[in-house]
Design a protein around this ligand. Structure first.
Ligand code: ZN
Length: 510
């Protein structure tokens, strides 16, 4: 039996590449947290140099030689020797390294540099265009980025749609054709559910969340929840940034950021829980596999499932707040002392169509994603042109959410993703929401007293279950395989839809 030991010369090379990439991540983290404003230009060069170095090593002849000892480059299949089979971890490792290597190898390095230069320019112009709400200003560079992404899909190759080649980067194995029925089912049930919620006689007042809350205390409470979730501060830290994120340099150093507004209690609170979910995944990866795919998170969709599971299934549930609400009341006695748990629970779960994706509630969030998925797929497949986007955007907002933005800043210009060339990224948010509920339903089956544990403030049982079933496997299985292995079923929108219908049906007395 051939094991990971056989692959030691290969994994030693991968480890070096990972160390370069992790060093670049430290620089990026610093850029988003503590770097002085004028450091940006030099920092961008430093990061680009390290990333270039990592890319060079990945596609180097040395690594190719190492890899093609075990993999037939013509077919991409593992070479089998009769009587001396590979064990499962080795097979997975080879499959995933080949995936990364062949993908990187297909893109000419001049193209990669051009794409990265154009996107960095597009991002700067996008930021200004959004500030001025001027889509015309962004249009020429978006047109360039879309053309480059179509070119990229051509290099990577695809069968049904060029969009698949881009999507596969973020969610291995996913295709537009597989996503479409998921979104169709979501649309068919979420749009009417939202209509019923809006027509309900129950009107939820969430103004209590927008009183004045001391920011230092908000942060302290965020740290308390993170600690209860099992986030290890000896292997992490919490800082402030403009947009909350999680970054990992190694399972022993996984950092989260948040933002805090005095008059918006949910922002810091739920971003801490959300990023905490991401961070538990990264802290739960097996450090012995650091540097190889077996020590890496599986996909963006699976990553997002971990953050959404904690943020929504746990963090917006009654059992969670039965324990944590009295603590929150003690932290903010003036603001919350007279507010009942039920009133607070309703406030944090209020559903309402809104213009901005990142502020959307659980019910409307996927409608925001759906419209982006449809638009970007049409763009990459060449069915719509960049100049059509503002009109198309507003029309879909009206159709799905019943509202339309007055300005492009609140509409088509609101997200950074397209300026970065991240086409195919958005659907992973919805996949994350669907995986989250399917995993959580399974956790409740396997931990019968889970609600009671959570009500007692004991979140470690859930964290351990996630670690055992999801985190520690890295990229051992494909996303498809993992969800079947954990839940016994393929990914389905049904658990998610049933969860929302139950939750909002009760809350809004539908
Ligand atoms: Zn996230």
């Amino acid at each position: 039996m051939k094991t990971l030991a056989t692959l030691e010369p290969l994994t030693a090379r991968l480890l070096e590449i990972q160390r370069i990439t992790s060093a670049a991540s430290v620089l990026s983290w610093d850029q988003e947290t503590y770097m002085p404003p004028k450091g940006g230009e030099a920092r961008a060069e430093q990061i680009a140099t390290l990333q270039g170095l990592a890319h060079e090593r990945l596609v180097s002849p040395d690594l190719e030689r190492e890899l093609t000892q075990w993999i037939d480059p013509a077919t991409g299949l593992i070479i089998e020797t009769p009587g001396d089979a590979w064990d499962e971890p080795s097979r997975s490792l080879l499959r995933e390294v080949w995936r990364d290597f062949s993908r990187a190898k297909k893109l000419p390095s001049a193209f990669v540099k051009r794409l990265s230069r154009e996107c960095s320019l597009a991002q700067q112009i996008w930021a200004e265009a959004r500030r001025k709400s001027d889509f015309g200003m962004f249009l020429p560079c978006l047109r360039t980025v879309v053309a480059l992404k179509r070119e990229e899909a051509g290099y990577l190759g695809y069968t049904a749609s060029p969009y698949d080649a881009l999507l596969d980067f973020y969610e291995p194995g996913s295709t537009a054709a597989a996503l479409k029925p998921l979104f169709d089912q979501l649309k068919a049930r979420l749009v009417p559910l939202l209509t019923r919620v809006m027509a309900s006689s129950v009107k939820i007042d969430d103004s209590v969340l927008f009183k004045s809350y001391d920011t230092a205390r908000q942060l302290e409470f965020g740290r308390l929840v993170l600690t209860a979730m099992g986030y290890d501060f000896a292997r992490g830290r919490l800082d402030l940034s403009a947009h909350p994120f999680t970054t990992s340099f190694h399972p022993t150093d996984v950092r989260v950021t948040t933002r805090v507004y005095e008059k918006e209690l949910p922002v810091c609170l739920f971003s801490c829980i959300h990023e905490g979910g991401h961070a538990l995944y990264d802290q739960g990866l097996d450090p012995r596999h650091y540097g190889t795919p077996l020590g890496e998170p599986l996909s963006l969709g699976i990553h997002e499932s971990q953050s959404r599971l904690w943020e929504n299934c746990v963090g917006r549930s009654r059992p969670f707040w039965r324990f944590f609400y009295p603590l929150l009341q003690q932290t903010f006695p003036e603001q919350l002392g007279g507010v009942e748990l039920e009133q607070f629970y309703a406030a944090i779960n209020r559903a309402k169509p809104s213009l901005i994706r990142v502020e959307a509630d659980e019910l409307t969030y996927n409608l925001h994603i759906m419209l982006r998925f449809e638009i970007e797929q049409d763009l990459i497949e060449g069915r719509v042109q960049v100049e059509d986007l503002p009109v198309l955007w507003n029309q879909k907002m009206q159709d799905y959410l019943g509202i339309a933005p007055e300005t492009d800043a609140d509409g088509v210009l609101q997200d950074v993703h397209w300026s970065l060339g991240s086409f195919g990224y958005f659907p992973t948010y919805t996949l994350g929401n669907l995986y989250a509920v399917q995993f959580y339903d399974q956790a409740r089956l396997e931990i019968p007293d889970l609600d009671a544990q959570i009500e007692a403030g004991q979140l470690i049982g859930l964290r351990r279950w996630l670690e055992q079933n999801i985190h520690r496997w890295g990229r051992m299985f494909t996303p498809d395989h993992l969800v079947q292995r954990v839940t016994g079923k393929r990914l389905s929108p049904e658990p998610f839809l049933a969860y929302l219908e139950r939750k909002y049906g009760e809350l809004y007395k539908l």
